[in-house]
Design a protein around this ligand. Sequence first.
Ligand code: PEP
Ligand code: MG
Length: 322
Amino acid sequence: ERRQLNRLRREPTRTTDGVDVKLWANAESRADVAEAHALGAAGVGLYRTEFLFLQRTEVPDEEEQFRAYRDVVLGMTGRTVTIRTLDLGADKADRSGLVLEGEPNPALGLRGVRLSLSREPLFRTQLRAIVRASGYGPVRVLVPMISSREEVLSVKRMLRKVLAEVRREGHEVADVIPLGAMIEVPAAAIALPSFIGAVDFLSVGTNDLIQYLLAADRNNEALGEIYTPMHPALIRLLHDIIRNAHKRGKPVAVCGEMAGDATYAPLLLALGLGEFSLHPNTLLELRRAIRNCDLSALRARAPALLRAKDRNQIEQWLTASH
Ligand code: PEP
Ligand code: MG
């Protein structure tokens, strides 16, 4: 079983009807990056930078961040690395005092890009470190918790300024650094046409998107099956996001846990998804599942999936797809 999976390390992620699917890795440690490289990931689709800030009381300076990001870029030897800007707040609390204490609703509070934009010097430092790392290989910047066009434009302006400034200082930097938005707040998914022109790519964070769409805490065990990807509202929203992205020629991946669960591969492929970002520990299983999928047959069954009225009908659709 393990041996058979291991043989897939050097195989393409291709459907039975010959369509290649892009598998990116989610990574936060050196070990994740090495594993992603060894498994033939297309690149890092989500590098979570929070771990640099957690479990410590002082904030990492530009040099420390730069070294960490550069090492990931070097570790991927020319494959693209997508660095997500700081996503502290809510379930990702720190001890450095950046996150406000005593927020009544931390999941709805000053988290992700909201926190970054409220702490400009801190955010500039992180952007400078990322821009410097771009001198060592292809880098993209991904912004968490986007809920409005204004946020996208603010980050875009800052990134452009920082890129010019770091270049002026004589550092070697990339000509362009693609900017992406995480789609994990329902408002961003619904209002996507209002800002999609300002970004280069999208990554759907289903962990938070499900939480906010279904008003169901992602970490509350008591909710049981209430927190689920198998809800018609999520299926319709994902379909919309993917369609809008493709209409505008923007690459879109799903990077939440849902993408790493092979059970949902037929569903995401049916909706038109061509890029998945997942932890290396399930990458080969997902590759195997996709290699067993007939994309054109799944696409033909998308209307039936979109008509599913409840969890049960979505499960039936999935059972019929495996
Ligand atoms: C998500 O919300 O789906 C996601 C990928 O980000 P995180 O789990 O780090 O919030
Ligand atoms: Mg998230």
